[in-house]
Design a protein around this ligand. Structure first.
Ligand code: BG6
Length: 514
């Protein structure tokens, strides 16, 4: 390891990876699902890879009563049972567990924040954390402003001007429930933390395949010249899930597919697909380009909602041979719920690169399988010189970027089937992560936690991006809220309501079969 300014570098094979400065990581909502399934396992994994300095301490904060030892024991079990970590190295665990601390606290109680400050200051002294703090809000969103204000009230939000000593706030989604509440939340947070201290997480940006979009587009010379309206017929982005809402009915029923997936994950992916090349792969440059795309998408008004948007809610059905209930019968869901579990739409980007090229977006629960992909369909060849063979049409080229599962990319093109006749067939060139790289991709949260500790905000959403995404959809939310939908309108285990297929058919297109 060689020292750099406040960080060190670790040579992991062929590339230098930065190791962050020592810090105290505080997880609010420590007994919740996210902390137990994702955050603690991600920190443990970083520790196993020597990417977490040994002095870094983690404090879990929640309302539940645990002693420090009980908390450590529980995290050990969770690593296995929830985090899916199969081989926990005993030595790494011992060292990691020794830095795990726990504080029972009611977030509304100012005294809780004084107690937290005392614990952090002790750790600062014991472990030499240099006053660096990372606060992770993994609680219900109602607590986000309360916690930010609590931290500010006891002076824990301060960082020095040069950023040598840092205090960062990681905010989970949902960032607001609509445009107005998102603005109010941002006002609250920015009353305490500066924009450069706030890291709005969108775990899709931490996915290996989403980051690979930038390498595919800007690390190759052959794609960019055709990545525009002249060659691309249309783009499809699909986030399909086979699961229902599980135990999250209470949250989901106040959210729905548009707020839960489209406004954030899908728009982040869309902006990476459509943006102009950034000058550098750095936070300001990348996020400037992404927000430009969002500004070029017209906001939905009532006419656009009627023409270009479809919603659905699943009825009962079968998935993988198992009978599943309708959404309205899920736990903690209103039996007369008007919440959509499926959303599909057509959007345009009013830029020179994309004018007139439709982007079709869809997201839904209880679809036949879990699959997230981007399909870029190119225009057909302008002329086919195979008339003598009776060939008048062939399939267009299709570039499919599979974000998950089965991560990879395939390019579909035409090849002559062997034989005497000219007989074009669709074939594909495939790249699969699993076979090309014999390495397991880090979990999205691992990557994002590391970036945040390093102070790299490239893969986090800036406020102007989040705000613009809400602006685009506010008109759509308003119309959907005002009108009662005819739900359920698709069977669990199908590809969504008939109207989603009609949306494509009207344009003479179809959803790519996944
Ligand atoms: C979350 C949503 O943000 O993303 C969930 O709240 C959804 O409803 C999840 O299931 C999907 O994430 P992934 O990584 O499994 O695609």
């Amino acid at each position: 390891m060689s020292a750099t300014t406040g960080t060190a570098e670790l040579d992991l094979g062929n590339r230098l990876i930065q190791v962050p400065s020592t810090a105290v990581v505080v997880i609010f909502g420590a007994s919740g699902d996210l902390a137990r399934r994702k955050l603690v396992p991600a920190l443990f994994s970083l520790a196993s890879k020597q990417l977490l300095p040994p002095e870094t301490a983690v404090i879990g904060v929640s309302r539940q009563e645990f002693s420090k030892d009980e908390y450590r024991e529980r995290m050990r079990t969770d690593l296995h049972e929830l985090g899916g970590v199969t081989d926990v190295d005993a030595e790494v665990w011992e060292s990691f567990a020794s830095r795990l601390h726990y504080l029972t606290a009611d977030f509304g109680d100012p005294d809780a924040f004084r107690r937290l400050r005392a614990v952090i200051e002790d750790l600062d002294r014991e472990r030499g954390t240099g006053g660096n703090r990372l606060f992770y809000l993994a609680t219900a969103p109602a607590f986000f402003p309360v916690i930010a204000e609590g931290l500010g009230g006891v002076g824990l939000a301060q960082q020095d001007r040069e950023g040598e000593q840092f205090a960062r706030l990681v905010v989970e989604k949902p960032f607001g429930h609509d445009l107005e509440s998102a603005r109010a939340l941002n006002d609250h947070l920015s009353g305490v933390f500066r924009e450069r201290q706030i890291y709005r997480i969108d775990h899709y940006l931490g996915k290996e395949t989403v980051q690979n979009l930038l390498v595919l587009r800007f690390g190759n010379a052959i794609f960019e010249p055709i990545w525009n309206r002249r060659y691309v017929d249309h783009v499809q982005i699909t986030v399909a899930e086979s699961l229902g809402v599980g135990a999250r009915g209470g949250y989901y029923d106040t959210s729905g597919a548009l707020r839960d997936i489209v406004q954030n994950h899908v728009m982040q992916v869309l902006s990476m697909v459509a943006m102009e090349p950034p000058a550098r792969f750095e936070a300001r440059e990348v996020r400037d380009e992404k927000v430009k795309v969002l500004r070029e998408i017209p906001a939905f008004d009532a006419a656009r909602v009627a023409a270009d948007a479809v919603r659905g809610q699943y009825g009962p059905g079968w998935i993988a041979g198992e009978q599943v209930p309708r959404y309205r019968d899920e736990k903690r869901v209103d039996p007369a719920s008007n919440t959509e579990t499926f959303a599909a739409m057509r959007v345009f980007i009013d830029s020179w690169r994309w004018a007139g090229t439709p982007f079709y977006l869809r997201a839904g629960k209880r679809l036949p399988k879990r699959a997230t992909e981007i399909a870029i369909q190119f225009k057909c060849a302008p002329l086919l010189p195979f008339a003598r063979s009776g060939i008048e049409a062939v399939e267009p080229n299709l570039l499919v970027i599979r974000i998950q599962p089965d991560e990879g990319i395939s390019l579909q093109f035409q090849a002559k089937a062997p034989g005497m006749a000219i007989d074009p067939h669709s074939v594909s060139m495939d790249f699969a992560y699993g076979t090309s790289f014999l390495r397991v991709s880090p979990d999205a949260y691992e990557r994002l936690l590391l970036d945040c500790m390093l102070g790299d905000a490239t893969l986090f959403a800036r406020w102007d991006e989040v705000e613009r995404a809400w602006e685009i959809f506010q008109g759509l939310l308003d119309v959907w809220e005002a009108e009662t939908a005819h739900f359920p309108n698709y069977d669990a285990g199908s590809w969504g309501p008939a109207a989603a297929h009609e949306l494509m058919a009207r344009d003479g297109r179809a959803w790519h079969a996944l």
